[in-house]
Design a protein around this ligand. Structure first.
Ligand code: CAA
Length: 379
């Protein structure tokens, strides 16, 4: 497999890095502290094409490959992992799902706006009692002919308030178990659709995460994606690609923490020399760099397989598992290298450590990734 980056890939990398350094870095600490993502930054991300990178140009997207997307995700998440998750959900769960499985009308109405950032999307699978056990959907969608009547609660929804449209999974035929689940495009503002409590999170604090409540929400029939009962397949298929995005976010967090630590180790003096000249620190840097590189290769491999139209279920789970474990380990070492400075906010590594934790949890915990990998191995 060829991991050399083309001129186009390098240009994407440079554009994403420039945007992250010049626009995301100033204010990243304040946004983390205030738990707010700047609407103007989101608008700029849309304008620069970061919110619909893989969407076909006919629907207003960048028409890029998955490799371009993960390269951009890495650069953006190095600086601001909250921007990374908003970007990941919009690109790989919402836009990708709509483009692959939506009707032409749905694409014209929603995808064109989601690809440009005019609209932001949310992906609503998790519930108070359905996290890892995603088939156990309690939200119901009763078939009423022209519309479905939606009732239930969704938890931990990224961009819960910021989003304009939500892809909502709900159970229509409980006797069919997961084959009775449907997925709907649900617009904000419908009667009975309430945005609930904002979560006060450990990390990715600038992205808004909410509970969403649905009480007798009438969802037009034409807003169902795919055939009756396609909802769970839709969720699993989009998550296979989404996990590559989160793996790239985790890679960015790890690479960011490593780069900050490398620089700091050359500046900080102890016992009469830069700490980079102490073997204890050199060993940490070596191991950090090796794990970051291994994570990058797994992420690129999963992206390449997806771009080549090959099976990428196992590769995406491996990339997410390894990159997220690496992010947690590398950021913890980064704090250790910084000592007391690492434990305070202005050096960024404590934020990256807090941000890393969620990558082991959302879009399938590390334990779920192991389950997915084992099932593929034992097929
Ligand atoms: N790709 C495609 N299809 C898949 C699949 C995959 N990775 N995993 C399962 N399926 C299919 C199965 O083939 C099966 O289909 P058939 O009945 O047609 O054969 C169906 O889905 C049910 O699968 P299982 O029988 O294996 O169901 P299970 O309950 O034993 O396991 C699971 C399912 C893999 C554990 C699944 O529930 C899962 O992935 N859980 C994790 C959920 C998750 O990732 N949530 C993330 C929330 S979204 C989020 O975090 C977004 C955000 O805001 C950041």
């Amino acid at each position: 497999m060829d991991f050399n980056l083309s001129e186009e890939h390098l240009a994407v990398q440079e554009a994403a890095s420039d945007f992250a350094q010049n626009h995301l870095l100033p204010g990243v600490l304040e946004r983390d502290n205030e738990q707010k993502f700047d609407k103007e930054l989101l608008r700029q991300m849309g304008e620069l094409g970061f919110l619909g990178m893989m969407v076909s140009p006919e629907y207003g997207g960048g028409g890029m490959d998955t490799l371009s997307y993960v390269i951009a995700m890495e650069e953006i998440s190095k600086i601001d992992a909250s921007a990374g998750v908003i970007m990941s959900v919009n690109n790989s769960l919402v836009c990708w799902g709509l483009e692959c499985f939506g009707t032409e009308e749905q694409k014209q109405k929603y995808l064109t706006k989601l690809a440009s950032g005019e609209m932001i999307g949310a992906f609503c699978l998790s519930e108070p009692e359905a996290g890892s056990d995603a088939t156990s959907q309690h939200t119901t969608a009763e078939d009423k002919g022209d519309y479905y009547l939606l009732n239930g609660t969704k938890n931990w929804i990224t961009s819960g308030e910021t989003s304009n449209v939500c892809l909502v999974m709900a159970q229509t035929n409980p006797e069919l178990k997961h084959k009775g689940i449907n997925v709907f495009i649900v617009e904000k503002g419908l009667d009975g659709f309430v945005v609930g409590k904002k979560e006060d999170k450990m990390g990715i604090r600038a992205s808004d995460t909410h509970t969403l409540m649905f009480t007798d929400v009438k969802v037009p029939r034409e807003n169902r994606i795919g055939e009756e009962g396609f909802g769970f397949k839709f969720a699993m298929s989009t998550l296979n690609g989404g996990r590559i995005g989160i793996a790239a976010q985790a890679l960015g967090i790890a690479a960011g923490a490593f780069e900050i630590s490398l620089k700091y180790s050359k500046e900080r003096q102890t016992f009469g020399k830069p700490i980079s000249e102490h073997q204890a620190i050199q060993f940490k840097l070596s191991e950090m760099a090796t794990k970051v590189e291994a994570a990058r290769l797994l992420v690129y491999k999963a992206a390449r397989l997806k771009d080549e139209g090959k099976d990428y279920i196992q590769a995406s789970a491996m990339a997410k598992l390894y990159a997220s474990e690496t992010a947690m380990w590398v950021t913890t070492e980064a704090v250790q290298i910084h000592g007391g400075y690492g434990y305070v906010k202005e050096y960024h590594v404590e934020r990256l450590m807090r941000d890393a934790k969620i990558t082991q949890i959302y879009e399938g915990t590390s334990e779920i990734q192991k389950l997915v990998i084992a099932r593929e191995l034992l097929k």
